[in-house]
Design a protein. Structure first.
Lengths: 254, 312
């Protein structure tokens, strides 16, 4: 099955999506095999369409819709699909439903992304890797901060931990790898930088990204509705703040 | 009405059918590792299968009931004793206030599930009472039981339903290696001929470095034909991924929502309960089936559980 699908990718290029099973209860819609901003936005838009259908009760049997970098994972209940479409293999039934949604989506208006300004302190202990980043990128610390903040960038996906966003793409000058030795503990709110992308650690976690700064904004609170500040497809702009402003905002967030 | 925790056991967590619908924010599904045993414990006391049960791993707790209750155990036999008398999994019993449930010598399996008729009084987080211990939320205070905890229960005095439990739903002693049915993973064609052959013929042992997040297995190394850069994609309960070292990891209930390692296979959902009952050192052998077969097995299993639920 998989051999045939790999070969057929180029044949079906004009269709620009491909279905792949991820076991017996999940199907993945792939929009590309390598990263592109366009494929990411298609994945985000399709996920938004499916979440809208879910919210309106029009996707019976679908339990989770997860946008990733250039694909959307759809978890479903095969026994629900077997009841709804007794003539079809549950996988084929889900694929039909998704194909309809993909076709209809082409007539939908573009969604305007939500925008968030994220205050980031790039000073002292909040930015332990700023100097190393500047050295690796052959820039001054001030140039790193200027390149990292100011621009609107996309939330490419949320994953790894609850409320953990991947944000990008930054200017090509910020193309440095991850740290050779990951940290066993990165403080909550830390903003990591690697490969022209940023992440924000929503809790104290292990991590290997270069820490460029820290935000006092909570990314994830299980009791909140919704629990997560950022979603795939949102846009963020990092805004430099001083250590004093960080501490004041941190108190206000409590 | 409550249950007092005298001793907490090794890892005792409240779990249910999982925290579905929040994975797009990176929230893991969690839920019972052995969904069949979880469902069966609930069905035996007349609860819906979505009610929370107490998942107890390897070494069970000591619990003192402060109220009359109808309870049932399902899954592993962890040597339960109710007021000193053996209590086997797969049956409902009425107990009086002051009754003590303790666990002594494990007989078989790794995870037992305790259901109380009427359910535990827990505050759902994101629509679920499943404990996510890494995130510190869900269940009772987002963590495993501790000595001194008081678990509120909503006791129901209904008579236990009469159920004919199909033997397929009961955990028993298994011969080694345990056979686990799998489907091709997304990157199956990218593994070498030797790796694909080894994966389906050689035994793989569960290592000590296994938990509710993933089972790290040990066996013949699995190599790709050539290195491959992958973008993060959705993963599922039972995804078998292979990091650079070549030893497979099976993603379990507390898995992350997405992953970027090559996926050689996917455990058929119907065999996940069997995997959940393995002990470190136990060996498995993977058997390939196709998607229609896996879905048919799963639909049949779901219908069996629905019939039992309808028999209440």
């Amino acid at each position: 099955m998989s051999d045939v699908n790999c070969d057929s990718w180029s044949l079906r290029a004009e269709q620009r999506w491909q279905f792949e099973p991820c076991g017996d209860s999940c199907i993945v819609v792939e929009f590309a095999t390598v990263f592109s901003a366009q494929a990411n936005r298609r994945a985000v838009a399709f996920s938004a369409t499916l979440h809208d259908l879910l919210a309106r009760g029009l996707l019976s049997g679908v339990t989770d819709v997860i946008p990733a970098m250039v694909s959307v994972g759809v978890h479903y209940s095969p026994d629900m699909f077997a009841v709804l479409y007794p003539e079809l293999l549950p996988y084929d039934a889900v694929a039909e439903v998704l194909k309809d949604a993909l076709t209809q989506q082409q007539n939908l208006p573009r969604i305007t992304p939500k925008r968030f300004e994220i205050p980031v302190c790039y000073e002292g202990d909040y930015a332990p890797d700023l100097l190393a980043i500047a050295n690796a990128c052959d820039m001054t610390p001030g140039e790193v901060i200027a390149a990292h903040s100011g621009q609107w960038v996309d939330v490419l996906m949320v994953g790894f931990a609850p409320g953990h966003p991947y944000i990008g793409m930054h200017a090509p000058a910020l193309k440095l790898g991850r740290r050779a030795v990951p940290r066993t503990l990165v403080k909550r709110g830390s903003v990591g930088l690697a490969n022209c992308q940023s992440v924000i650690y929503p809790a104290d976690l292990p991590g290997g990204w270069n820490i460029v700064g820290r935000t006092p904004l909570p990314m994830f609170s299980p009791a909140n509705q919704p629990p997560c500040l950022l979603s795939s497809g949102d846009q963020v702009r990092f805004v430099p703040i001083t250590a004093g402003e960080f501490e004041q905002l941190a108190v206000e967030q409590r | 009405m409550s249950i007092n925790v005298i001793r907490p056991g090794l890892f005792s967590f409240f779990q249910d059918t999982g925290r579905v619908g929040f994975q797009h924010w990176g929230v893991p599904v969690n839920g019972a590792m052995d969904q069949d045993a979880h469902a069966l414990a609930n069905l035996l006391v007349g609860n819906p299968t979505t009610a929370a049960t107490l998942e107890m791993t390897i070494q069970g707790p000591v619990l003192c009931f402060q109220a009359k209750a109808l309870i049932a155990l399902a899954g592993a036999d962890l040597g339960a004793r109710l007021n000193g008398a053996a209590l086997k999994p797969g049956q409902a019993v009425c107990i009086k206030p002051g009754a003590v449930l303790r666990f002594e010598k494990r007989e078989y399996g790794a995870r037992a599930y305790l259901a109380v008729s009427g359910g535990y009084l827990l505050t759902p987080v994101m629509n679920s009472s499943s404990t996510y211990s890494r995130g510190g939320f869900g269940g009772l205070c987002g963590r495993a039981l501790k000595a001194g905890d008081v678990i509120p229960i909503c006791s129901s005095f209904a008579n236990p339903p009469r159920l004919n439990i199909p033997s397929g739903l009961l955990v028993g002693e298994r011969t080694s290696p345990v056979l686990i049915r799998v489907l091709h993973g997304r990157e199956w064609p990218d593994f070498s001929e030797a790796a694909r052959h080894a994966f389906l013929t050689e035994p793989y042992a569960m290592t000590e470095a296994s938990d509710r997040m993933g089972y790290r297995l040990e066996g013949a190394g699995l190599e790709l034909t050539q290195p491959k850069q992958l973008l993060s994609q959705s993963v599922a309960f039972g995804t078998v991924q292979v990091p650079a070292g070549g030893q497979p990891i099976v993603l379990m209930a507390d898995r992350q929502t997405t992953g970027g390692y090559p996926r050689i296979a996917q455990v058929a959902s119907v065999d996940l309960p069997r995997l959940a009952q393995l002990m470190p050192g136990d060996e498995v052998r993977f058997v390939l089936i196709d998607l229609p077969m896996a879905q048919q097995l799963l639909v049949t299993r779901a219908r069996t559980l629905k019939r039992l639920e309808a028999a209440h």
